[in-house]
Write a protein that binds this ligand. Structure first.
Ligand SMILES: [Zn+2]
Length: 433
C-alpha cells in the first residue's frame, strides 16, 4: 500500500507546472510526505527499485499538472433531490447536511479538484467537514470555508417574510446594522470559519449593503485574520466593496467601467463564476428546468452570462486578476464532481484566455481563494503534493478536463486517491490512519 511508503515518484510525464511555463517532458517529481521535494531529474540518491520505500508511477504519454482548485463550490446547501428526502426550501437538518457535504467532498476530489473555497453554507457544516478531512477521518479536498452569508432585508438568501427572518437552516443570516454584522463576524470566527461571505441583492439591480457596512465587516474580519468575499452583481455594490477592501468580489457582471477602475485600483480579484449561468442557459434551451426545484428567469440569466464574457475581457485590460469557480452545489443541477473544469473552457471560449492561462488561473492564481497562496497550485519543490495526471493534453483541448474518463491519477497531500473505488462504495473512515 502506498501509505506505508515514504517516497512517491511520478516519472516521465509531460509537465504543466501551473506557473504558465510551456509544458515539457519531465523526468521525476519526488514527493516526500505531503510535500513535493523536487521536480526535474531523478535525484541520484533515490533508488526507485527500492520498492519497500519508494512507489513510482509511470506517466509516460500523459500530462501531469497541479490539482484543480474550485474557488466557488458549495457543499451544504439544501435541494437534496434524493428520493425519500423531504423537499422543503432546503435541507432542514444539520446532521443530514453534514453527511451530504462529506459525501460530496469525496466526489469533488475524484474529479481532480484538490482544493475548494466554500463561500457559504448551512450551520457550521462545512467547518466540520473541512476539519474531518484535515484530521484524516475521511478523504476530500482542502476546504477553505465561510459560514452563512451576511445579508440585510431584501438581499439574496433573505427569502422569508420579515416576521420569519432567516431561519436557522437558511444560508443567509440577517444583520440589518453594522453592529449586528460585526457581532456575526465574531460569532462565525469563534466557530472556525476561514472567511466571511457577505451578499448583496440577488441580481444586482439595487444596492443593499452600504459601503460603511462592508467596511465594518472587513475591519473586524481582517483584525481576526479572516478574509471577506462578497456576492455582488451590481454596480454600486461592486464599487463599494472595492473601496471597502474586501478580499475578492464574486460576479461583478453589472459593474461599469468606473466600478472596474475602482476594483483595479484596490487590487482585489474578481470571481466571475460563469459556469452556473452557462448551465442555466443550457437547461433553458433544453427546457429541462421544470423538473428542478428553483424558479429561474432564463432571459435575465442569459444576459448576465453575456455580461460576464465582456467582464473577463475588460478585467484583463485593467490588470484585474480573475479567479476560477463554478457555483457547484448551489442547486440540484450543479452536481458535485461534474462541473469544476467547465469554467476553464468558458475562460478560453469567452474570456480571451489561452488554455495555459486558464490552467494557471485555476491552479496557481486560485490558491489565494483557499488561503494557500504559494503553497498549492504549482508542481514545484516545497508546495503541497496535490497533483493530477490526465490521458489527454489540456493545452490542445481545455475541455478534456471535464471528462473524468481522461483522469488517470489524483494525488492529494502526497496520497494517491483510489479512483477505481466508485463513489457509492465510499465510507467515511477510509483515510483514517
Ligand atoms: Zn455561490
Amino acid at each position: 500500500m502506498s501509505a506505508a511508503k515514504r517516497t512517491l515518484v511520478i516519472r516521465n510525464g509531460i509537465l504543466i507546472d501551473g506557473s504558465g511555463k510551456p509544458s515539457s517532458r519531465n523526468d521525476a517529481i519526488v514527493i516526500e510526505g505531503n510535500r513535493i521535494k523536487s521536480v526535474g531529474a531523478l535525484p541520484p540518491d533515490l533508488h526507485v527499485e527500492d520498492r519497500n520505500n519508494v512507489e513510482a508511477i509511470d506517466t509516460a504519454g500523459k500530462w501531469v499538472m497541479p490539482g484543480l482548485i474550485d474557488a466557488h463550490c458549495h457543499m451544504s446547501y439544501g435541494y437534496p433531490l434524493i428520493k425519500g428526502e423531504g423537499k422543503g426550501k432546503g435541507t432542514t437538518r444539520p446532521e443530514f447536511s453534514t453527511l451530504k457535504s462529506a459525501r460530496s467532498a469525496q466526489k469533488v476530489l475524484r474529479a481532480g479538484v484538490t482544493s475548494i473555497s466554500v463561500p457559504g453554507g448551512t450551520w457550521f457544516t462545512d467547518v466540520g467537514v473541512r476539519d474531518a478531512i484535515r484530521l484524516g477521518l475521511m478523504e476530500g479536498p482542502r476546504m477553505f470555508v465561510a459560514g452563512r452569508m451576511i445579508v440585510t432585508y431584501g438581499c439574496i438568501e433573505d427569502d422569508e417574510p420579515s416576521w420569519e427572518g432567516t431561519p436557522d437552516h437558511s444560508i443567509g443570516k440577517l444583520c440589518n446594522t453594522a453592529d449586528e454584522m460585526v457581532t456575526e463576524v465574531r460569532r462565525q470566527g469563534k466557530h472556525g470559519v476561514n472567511f466571511i461571505k457577505m451578499a448583496d441583492s440577488r441580481s444586482g439591480e439595487s444596492q443593499m449593503l452600504a459601503k460603511e457596512e462592508i467596511a465594518a465587516v472587513v475591519g473586524e474580519a481582517h483584525r481576526r485574520n479572516l478574509k471577506v468575499a462578497i456576492h455582488s452583481r451590481g454596480a454600486g455594490s461592486t464599487r463599494a466593496a472595492a473601496e471597502a477592501g474586501v478580499d475578492w468580489i464574486v460576479h461583478a457582471d453589472l459593474a461599469t467601467d468606473r466600478d472596474l477602475d475602482a476594483v483595479a485600483k484596490a487590487g482585489m480579484p474578481i470571481l466571475p463564476t460563469a459556469t452556473f449561468l452557462a448551465v442555466v442557459v443550457e437547461l433553458g434551451k433544453q427546457q429541462k428546468v421544470g423538473a428542478e426545484q428553483v424558479q429561474l428567469d432564463f432571459n435575465r440569466l442569459g444576459r448576465h452570462y453575456e455580461l460576464l464574457g465582456a467582464l473577463m475581457h475588460k478585467a484583463r485590460k485593467l490588470g484585474i486578476r480573475l479567479l476560477v469557480g463554478t457555483d457547484t452545489g448551489n442547486n440540484s443541477f450543479t452536481r458535485h464532481g461534474e462541473l469544476h473544469a467547465k469554467e476553464l473552457e468558458i475562460f478560453v471560449k469567452h474570456g480571451g484566455y489561452s488554455p495555459m492561462e486558464a490552467i494557471v488561473a485555476a491552479t496557481r492564481d486560485n490558491a489565494m481563494a483557499v488561503g494557500l497562496d504559494g503553497q498549492v497550485g504549482e508542481v514545484k519543490a516545497g508546495q503541497f503534493a496535490d497533483i493530477t495526471v490526465w490521458d489527454k493534453d489540456p493545452i490542445a483541448d481545455i475541455a478534456i478536463l471535464q471528462d473524468l474518463k481522461n483522469l488517470a491519477w489524483v494525488i492529494k497531500d502526497g496520497k494517491i486517491v483510489d479512483l477505481d473505488r466508485p463513489n457509492e462504495m465510499l465510507t467515511f473512515q477510509q483515510a483514517a490512519e
